[in-house]
Design a protein around this ligand. Structure first.
Ligand code: MN
Length: 478
């Protein structure tokens, strides 16, 4: 067994599945024969590692095969037709999709590159697995970036920070996002990275006794209550610490610097575990979050509570089920290896669930110009967000600086057009009010025949709302 097969076996893939992947491996090895990486190793090392990352994410077998084959169309004499006959149409389409995204360059402003970025961004609305493969490809390239020339390193790292880390965050793949961020910082700002890394190691050393003691105490307490559990500890990633400090904040102010992850089997055990932890360690009341009943818009679920831990240190406890934990590490792709019928519907489910996908589709329709499109995605999807509540408690995500106008049009065009009052936290607000996190927003609409004020176009933050206001008058005049 090669390391990939062994890893698949350990991760619970079936014999048949491992057999299919072996065939893809041998095919890729044959195709890339005699090619070398910059490191001097045989080229197959790269697709093999990409496949390992994908296996760790629990993706389906077609995606693992496509990961092994992802460079064959571009760099070898393999053809799409051959991939169809050797494997299947789905594998061939995935490889083709990844190939079309290749050879792009985010740091340059050339038209061709912008067109490519656009393809990457809109690609996730077609088959999100293409982006997953691309993320795994990028992660391995970042891990082996030391072999590239200085200039190339910076280019790739910049693109990773601008495009791939936010994408990983968008789909809720925190594990991958954190590593991509750290590796990018390492090449973009080597000195700052080194300095922060030293701090990171220091924090790790001095917090170890505290975290270890808490881990053991919580573990024992939950075992006493017959709540089966796995507990892990972690500290914030290097980039996370760097970002905090660069905003002029002190390390001691980071409420999730030290984290204890408590993983249990059932949802109700999450709440029971929370109760036990609060009885052992006083919670900081204002830092409790229930992301189980109110999932984040990237579908992340967990209970968060910051407690006064051992040694008077603040420690954030994150309590979730094993299923939720897989999603938190790798995004909803973690569900791909489950039942076939679930898999079939996944793309449409993702469309429904990820709030950013419809926004992407809208932006794609709206901007003919690639540069405008890319800029707008940067402003609206990859920048900071505010999270507000509807009156029913549903969480709506909007770019920072959004107003009730953006909220109303995000709910429905008619709600926007018919809006006569906006109420935030039970008080009337002007339509150019800037929404804040946790605002409860209620829009009062007229029965009919209301029209949006043309000034709204200026007051709205999102291109979507602006366009809706414009459209209204265009329709009236046309
Ligand atoms: Mn590659």
């Amino acid at each position: 067994m090669n390391p990939l097969e062994e890893f698949m076996y350990r991760q619970g893939y079936t014999k048949e599945e491992i057999e299919i992947v072996r065939k893809a491996y041998l095919y890729a090895e044959k195709m890339h024969d005699k090619q070398l990486r910059l490191s001097g190793e045989p080229y197959i090392i790269h697709p093999l590692n990409v496949a390992m990352i994908l296996v760790e994410m629990h993706v389906d077998v077609d995606t693992i095969c496509a990961g092994l084959l992802h460079d064959t169309l571009e760099d070898t004499k393999a053809t799409k037709l051959e991939l169809v006959s050797e494997f299947n149409i789905s594998v061939a389409n995935l490889v083709d999709g990844v190939t079309k995204l290749a050879k792009m360059n985010f740091s340059s402003v050339e038209a061709a590159n912008l067109a490519n970025i656009r393809k990457i961004i809109t690609g996730i609305t077609e088959d999100i697995r293409i982006i997953i493969i691309k993320l795994a490809d990028r992660l391995h390239n970042m891990r082996t970036l030391q072999y590239q020339k200085r200039e190339k390193q910076r280019e790739i790292a910049y693109e990773t920070m601008q495009l791939y880390a936010p994408l990983a965050h968008r789909i809720g793949a925190y594990h991958i996002k954190n590593e991509l961020e750290d590796l990018s910082l390492k090449y973009l700002k080597p000195e700052e990275y080194q300095k922060t890394l030293e701090q990171y190691v220091e924090i790790q050393e001095e917090s170890r006794p505290c975290l270890y003691e808490m881990l053991n105490k919580i573990h024992d307490a939950l075992n006493d209550q017959e709540i089966p559990n796995t507990i892990k500890t972690r500290i914030k990633n290097v980039y996370g610490i760097y970002k905090y400090e660069s905003q002029g904040k002190k390390i001691s102010e980071i409420h999730d610097l030290l984290v204890i992850k408590v993983i249990v089997e059932m949802v109700d055990e999450c709440y029971r575990a929370l109760g036990h932890i609060h009885r052992m360690y006083h919670p900081l009341n204002e830092r409790f979050k229930d992301y189980i009943c109110n999932p984040k818009t990237n579908l992340y679920q967990s209970l968060h509570t910051t407690v006064f831990g051992e040694d008077e240190r603040l420690v954030q406890a994150q309590i979730r089920t094993y299923d939720m934990n897989r999603i938190a590490s790798y995004g909803l792709v973690a569900y791909w290896d489950s039942k076939e019928e679930i898999r079939k519907n996944l793309q449409s489910k993702l469309r429904e669930k990820y709030q950013f996908l419809p926004s992407l589709v809208e932006l794609d329709k709206m901007f003919g110009d690639n540069k405008e499109f890319v800029t707008q995605v940067g402003h609206e999807l990859f920048s900071d967000s505010v999270f507000v509540y509807t009156t029913k408690g549903e969480v709506i995500e909007l770019p920072k600086g959004s107003t009730p106008i953006d909220f109303a049009y995000k709910i429905h065009t008619d709600v926007g057009n018919q809006m006569i009052r906006a109420i935030v936290n039970d008080e009337y607000v002007p339509f150019n009010y800037q929404l804040k996190d946790y605002d409860r927003v209620k829009i009062i609409t007229a029965n009919r025949n209301n029209k949006p004020d043309p000034i709204w176009e200026e007051w709205a933050k999102t291109s979507y709302a602006k366009k809706k206001v414009r459209d209204y008058y265009r329709k009236q005049n046309g």
